[in-house]
Design a protein around this ligand. Sequence first.
Ligand SMILES: Nc1ncnc2c1ncn2[C@@H]1O[C@H](COP(=O)(O)OP(=O)(O)OP(=O)(O)O)[C@@H](O)[C@H]1O
Ligand SMILES: [Mg+2]
Length: 421
Amino acid sequence: MARISPGDTLRVMLVSESELLREQVDTILTQYAGEHRIFWVTQPELAPRRAEDLLPHLVLIDDDLHGAPAPHVVRQMVLAVPNAVVVVIVDEHGMAVARQAVLSGARGFVTKPLMAEEFWSTVHQLLTENRMPDEPVGQAIRVGKVVVFIGPKGGTGRTMMAVNTALAILEQTGQSVVMVDADYSAPALDVVLNLEGERDISTLLARASRLDKDLVASVLARHTSGLQVLLAPPPLYGALEISLPQVEQIVSQLRLMFDWVVIDLGALLDDSGYAFLDSADYVVMTVLPELVCLRNARLLLDQLVARGYPEERVWIVLNRAGINGGVSKDDIEARLHVHIRHTIPDDQPLVSLSINRGVPLYLSHRRSAVARAIEEFAAMFVAGTTKQAVKTDHPVEAPAQPSSNPLSRMFRRFSSAGAAR
Ligand SMILES: Nc1ncnc2c1ncn2[C@@H]1O[C@H](COP(=O)(O)OP(=O)(O)OP(=O)(O)O)[C@@H](O)[C@H]1O
Ligand SMILES: [Mg+2]
């Protein structure tokens, strides 16, 4: 998939040797499209491969490419990213080239010199027509909420909380829930949900430029509870490499398919970790009542706030509260100036048993103190997040306006006009 969805930043690939053209396109997009990224490729033979990696929503092909006829480049780009909008930019006397380009699969053409209004109205119309096929015009569509679970260090109970909270949300709301195992160096959802041997995200990465609902659905593992899961591959050859556009494409597609997308995120080591965080509507941070963890929690929270993350969308949960020698909730709140939304009691035998059996305790031990605490947390969370709705009825307007996702843009690693020669 390379179709624009709500909250997406418009990604544009320009295949041209002209720096002037790049500047002109950038100026027009800044004026009309708001947030966008341009990937500039000067060598047409490299363009298809780059497009498969960068997954642009829009591909602009200059007809003035030495040695490479524009219709031929159009054909290659359509094969590489079939769902992108491909537009050729032709000389004002280049109608024959434009016609051939359209016959080769271009959705349209614009003429040089670029006229800002005309250019944008053509591009905007084509992107609008290219919305997801099952999105009816003007009607409300499902745009699921993305909840990312993080921990200031390993072993804080992030996976335990994410899985059991997802099950509680599923039960309490009756809505659809998908989980993503985004801890690529130490995946765990296959074990804790007993889903071994299922397909995983690597199938999607290999075909990210052709992502659609059916492909994603075919890769998801189905748990007997009704929860669906996008598993991580076994970490046999080191951590999996996922690019920022791939994360955006996959999360966008899941948002359209599910009411809740619950992500178990590993340590923030690379761009893909930040990309998952960037897609979040809410963050749940699990902390333990011990000093090292709390010090790191404060640092992580400061980092989030410094980048403009709204603190009220970061929900801190104190796990293993009441453990012998642990710091008390009041102490933590007073010393670290954080608001702890909920506490989960300590029960090592039960949590270990549940992990080892591959049956989440929310299903097997509903009356336990841990399950009940998670049930309460999920109820609070659902109520709290419903007040701050993130749904939008106008996905088509996404390219014309800055993202409405309050957490997006905080972790952007690309500049808006990063050249990709
Ligand atoms: N409420 C709890 N009471 C007792 N033990 C717990 C509790 N929550 C988690 N644990 C224990 O902490 C360990 C880590 O839990 P979990 O795997 O959920 O954390 P994590 O943050 O996802 O860890 P990792 O960084 O390895 O991914 C497990 O051994 C589990 O048994
Ligand atoms: Mg984990």
